[in-house]
Design a protein around this ligand. Structure first.
Ligand SMILES: C[S@@+](CC[C@H](N)C(=O)[O-])C[C@H]1O[C@@H](n2cnc3c(N)ncnc32)[C@H](O)[C@@H]1O
Length: 197
């Protein structure tokens, strides 16, 4: 057991733990700061059953591989590349949340509210869905950092599919709220999620 839990394993598991704790607590704290405590529930921690299951499966992959093929976990530069992905994904997502302010809600709005304005500046000038791009990079980055080959592919496919389905639904309402203004914005700026226009 002591053989398995080398410095590498300790570093990778600590980084994973810190990445997860930081991601979820900062989502919740930002939501409370932007919308006010009375409008925010614990759902803003963004911890769902499917998400917990995915993280547990990735941990199981990690523990299986570090036991059977410990060398797989010692690719330092791959692991560090994953760490950079985690940091960049986190920065992009949080920058998007701060830029959109009250227009950013964890649940997709299906009715137009007075304070909801179309955001096209800052990171929204580069891509239309920066917080989704950020999450995609962050989540795949966690698995690259752990050197988990199966979960890298699984996370990329599952998270990509989730956003590929969500974006048309979200944009259906954005077009209702902002009409031509949104259509022109969508023609000018890429979604920010690969293969989703
Ligand atoms: C979870 S946020 C995600 C926002 C955006 N898709 C992103 O990735 O940064 C979802 C809410 O943001 C709103 N939203 C998305 N894009 C927007 C924009 N450019 N301007 C204003 N509101 C936007 C949607 O109406 C929805 O209620």
């Amino acid at each position: 057991m002591t053989e398995i839990f080398t410095d590498t394993a300790f570093r990778q598991l600590t980084q994973m733990f810190l990445a997860i704790i930081f991601f979820h607590t900062s989502e919740y704290i930002l939501a409370r700061a932007i919308h006010g405590p009375s409008r925010v529930t614990l759902s803003s921690l963004l911890i769902t059953k499917h998400y917990v299951l995915a993280m547990l499966v990735s941990l199981l992959e990690y523990l299986t591989e570090i036991t059977l093929f410990p060398n797989l976990k010692h690719h330092r530069w791959i692991s560090n590349f994953g760490l950079v992905m985690i940091l960049l994904g986190e920065i992009l997502r949080k920058t998007a949340i701060i830029t959109a302010g009250r227009s950013f809600t964890h649940l997709i709005k299906i009715r137009h509210e007075e304070h909801h304005r179309l955001v096209t500046e800052g990171v929204y000038r580069i891509v239309r869905h920066p917080s989704y791009s950020g999450f995609l990079v962050w989540s795949v980055g966690t698995q690259v950092m752990l050197c988990n080959p199966v979960s890298v592919v699984a996370f990329a496919v599952v998270v990509w599919k989730f956003f590929a389905d969500r974006i048309p639904y979200e944009e259906h309402y954005l077009k209702q709220f902002f009409g031509r203004q949104y259509v022109e914005y969508a023609q000018r700026v890429h979604s920010g999620v690969p293969f989703v226009n």
